[in-house]
Design a protein around this ligand. Structure first.
Ligand code: SF4
Length: 708
């Protein structure tokens, strides 16, 4: 029977219908390569309007891929991973966890989650860590994705919902400022929502690369500016400067709905456009023109993405974008707004219900006594049994295998040794571990290092809910039965909790887990208590906060912000001296990002032949002028290196990149892992690593592999 569900990949959560085929049985009969056991069709839905991208169209191919894991694997004495039974694998994991806990304490066990897990799995994983393991050491890969935008949103608005309005609100926009996001490749159906701004000539794209998104303005439909990598904050300060200097501020809005204007005005006073030009390379006249366009009074949106957020000053940069929006009176104004574009499939819901080291369900603070008491009541324990705050991802990974650090790590839905910054160091930490357990459905680079690999279900085989980039809660529905040897992570957590002697309840039914999540989130910032499966199955829209007996909240901020006084905060921010080193003449700035064909670490999309065939390996995008100076020709092998590591790949010469920068996609592993080069220095507020502005040298490789 056909199942109405959503794409397994990004946060656009395009709607699709999966219809089972008899391909699997036909394949067995003919001996051909396994075919997809379901067909995929786009389904009408506000975010995608029936469209899908290449990743969505091909998503079913992984369901029957030969690389699919269908039995637990345990590393034997020879160092090889060998298939075993579920009982043997789970008994082994539980025994080792008990030993490590008893010898070194509960915080010697860590958990690393993922922004692709359903709400139910993310919620239960947080509960499992705190109650079954008793550890505070849980964090997740959303730390690499949304943490700076989340910190900025919480600081300014008192709430972190990526888009505080439905995506379709963008359709009628006259001006959209897109900062550091390449939606034309990362979520192609999104660009349908930009057509209004394009038609009005008001699409402004800020990106150091001339991406597919930047090319949307080529026919007079807007403007593309290419600031030097790492200077977005200064550009935004300059835009705020112009808005204030030219008296373009929405005075009534700022006076009535915000605090902090005086300090903000002082903080941007020194960022006049000519100074911004000298730092960013964006002409002063362009800075003025963008500010005037944004302030022209039409339907206007400012949207940020990872390009401006994945920095050591990412929170302040996102804050500067929010400040600009507040000065213009955009948040909460009908037909206008500010938002940030969540990346991972459940990047929104996954950051609300307890995977974060400082968080309890409902976006509650783990340090808040009232929040602890509420969640403890739902969990049936004393609040004292819930550990305190743990360590954010980079600190957690930095502690791996250390005497007072994490000695056993459970990984769910994350490919750490590709997606983490400074991956060589993460790999060394993993090698120091006494136990690594990875739940995955393929042998990712991280799973290949594990002591135990537990095979889990794929999206088309499971029930659950996701929360998309709009804060809309949606249903994931199964289209087919999973392979006999794979198990739901809810079941795995239940089995481990039982073996560890936990008396807490770990339900295996997704709907029952969601019912518990509703209770745990009730009264919190991310309140899901008014949502249930029946409501979602009825087709009703469900944007959180959605209190019990109330209605959902498609649009936030119309009347008030979520701080107690109802006001938004204008927060004065400034570039930090020495936040990142200045390049020497022979260094380029490395920009990392995504390709149309691949998703995140590539663990899934690199296993889809069509996608791998289109983008089989990493290419370093270099400006032809820079390549000429370095003696590099198109398609030649190059080395991109710095003090952390070396990437070996081929060059792709393109004028789409600035001459002072080099671009690498981050979807590849081993010697092509872009994160060999990225720094684990973090933003002091969000703990977001510096993914987007690291210094490297690029050299040509000769045939022997020696440098020229
Ligand atoms: Fe839609 Fe994103 Fe899936 Fe592409 S990857 S089909 S944009 S949800």
């Amino acid at each position: 029977m056909a199942a109405e569900t959503h794409c397994p990949y990004c946060a656009l959560q395009c709607a699709m219908t999966l219809t089972p085929t008899d391909a699997a049985s036909a394949t067995v009969a003919t001996g051909a390569a396994p075919a997809a056991p379901v067909t995929v069709a786009g389904r009408d839905f506000p975010t995608n309007r029936g469209g899908l991208c290449k990743k969505g169209w091909t998503s079913a191919e992984l369901l029957a891929a030969p690389s699919r894991l269908t039995a637990p694997l345990v590393r034997d004495a020879d160092g090889a991973l060998r298939e075993t039974t579920w009982d043997a694998a789970l008994d082994l994991v539980a025994d080792r966890l008990r030993d490590i806990r008893s010898q070194h304490g509960a915080d010697a066990v860590g958990v690393f989650g993922g922004g692709g897990l359903t709400n139910e799995k993310a919620y239960l994983l947080g509960k499992f860590a705190r109650l079954a393991l008793g550890t505070s050491r849980i964090d997740y890969n959303g730390r690499y994705c949304m943490s700076s935008a989340a910190a900025a949103g919480n600081r300014a608005f008192g709430i972190d919902r990526g888009l505080p309005f439905p995506l379709t609100d963008l359709d009628d926009a006259e001006t959209i400022l897109l900062l550091g996001t390449n939606v034309a490749e990362t979520m192609p159906p999104f660009i349908g929502h930009l057509s209004g701004a394009q038609a009005a000539g008001g699409l402004v794209v800020v990106d150091p690369r001339r991406t597919a998104t930047a090319r949307l303005v080529d026919d007079g439909q807007g403007l593309h500016v290419q600031p030097a990598p790492g200077t977005d904050l200064m550009l935004l300060l300059g835009l705020a400067h112009v808005v204030i200097a030219e008296r373009l501020v929405d005075d009534a809005y700022v006076a009535g709905r915000t605090t902090g204007f005086a300090a903000l005005r002082r903080s941007v006073a020194q960022w006049w456009p000519e100074r911004v030009q000298s730092v960013t390379g964006v002409p002063a006249a362009t800075v003025r023109a963008i500010a005037r366009r944004l302030a022209s009074g039409g339907r206007t949106y400012i949207l940020t993405g990872r390009g401006v957020e994945q920095h050591v000053d990412g929170t302040d940069t996102a804050t500067a974008a929010i400040n600009l929006a507040l000065l213009l009176g955009l948040p909460g104004r009908p037909g206008s707004g500010y938002g940030t574009l969540t990346g991972q499939g459940n990047g929104q819901g996954g950051r609300e219900h307890g995977q974060k080291c400082d968080q309890l369900p409902g976006y509650r603070k783990i340090t808040d006594p009232a929040a602890r008491a509420h969640v403890a009541r739902v969990w049936g324990v004393d609040a004292s049994e819930i550990p305190g705050p743990g360590l954010p991802a980079i600190e957690l990974l930095g502690s791996l295998g250390r005497p007072d650090g994490v000695r056993a790590l459970l990984v769910h839905g994350s490919n750490l040794v590709v997606s983490s910054p400074n991956v060589a160091e993460v790999r060394r930490g993993i090698e120091r571990l006494e136990l690594l357990v990875v739940c995955d459905f393929v042998l990712s680079e991280t799973a290949a290092l594990a002591d135990v690999v537990l095979p889990v279900l794929q999206w088309a085989e499971e029930e659950g809910t996701m929360t998309n980039l709009e804060g809309r809660v949606i249903r994931r529905r199964p289209a087919l039965a999973p392979p006999a040897g794979a198990r739901d992570e809810l079941w795995i957590l239940h089995e481990l909790a039982m073996r560890l002697g936990s008396t807490a309840d770990f339900d295996t039914d997704p709907e029952a887990v969601f019912e518990e999540l509703r209770l745990a989130s009730e009264g919190g910032i991310a309140d899901y208590s008014g949502i249930d499966y029946a409501l979602l199955d009825s087709g009703a829209e469900a944007f959180w906060p959605f209190p019990r007996g109330g209605t959902g909240s498609p649009r936030l901020f119309a009347e008030r912000f979520h701080h107690d006084d109802g006001l938004a905060r204008l927060v004065a921010v400034a570039p930090r001296t020495g936040a990142r080193p200045a390049p020497s003449p022979d260094e380029l700035t490395l920009v990392t990002g995504r390709l149309l064909e691949h998703y995140q670490s590539g663990a899934q999309t690199r296993r889809v032949p069509e996608l791998l065939g289109a983008q089989p390996d990493a290419r370093a995008a270099i400006h032809p002028a820079t390549a000429a100076r370095l003696g590099i020709a198109d398609d030649e092998p190059v080395e991109v290196r710095n003090e952390r590591g070396t990437v070996r790949c081929r060059a792709r010469l393109t004028t789409d990149i600035r001459p002072d920068a080099v671009f690498l996609p981050f979807h590849y592993g081993d010697e092509q892992a872009a994160n060999l080069l990225t720094s684990d220095a973090v933003d002091p507020i969000s703990s977001m690593p510096e993914f987007k502005a690291n210094l490297v040298r690029v050299t040509r490789l000769v045939e022997t592999g020696a440098e020229s």
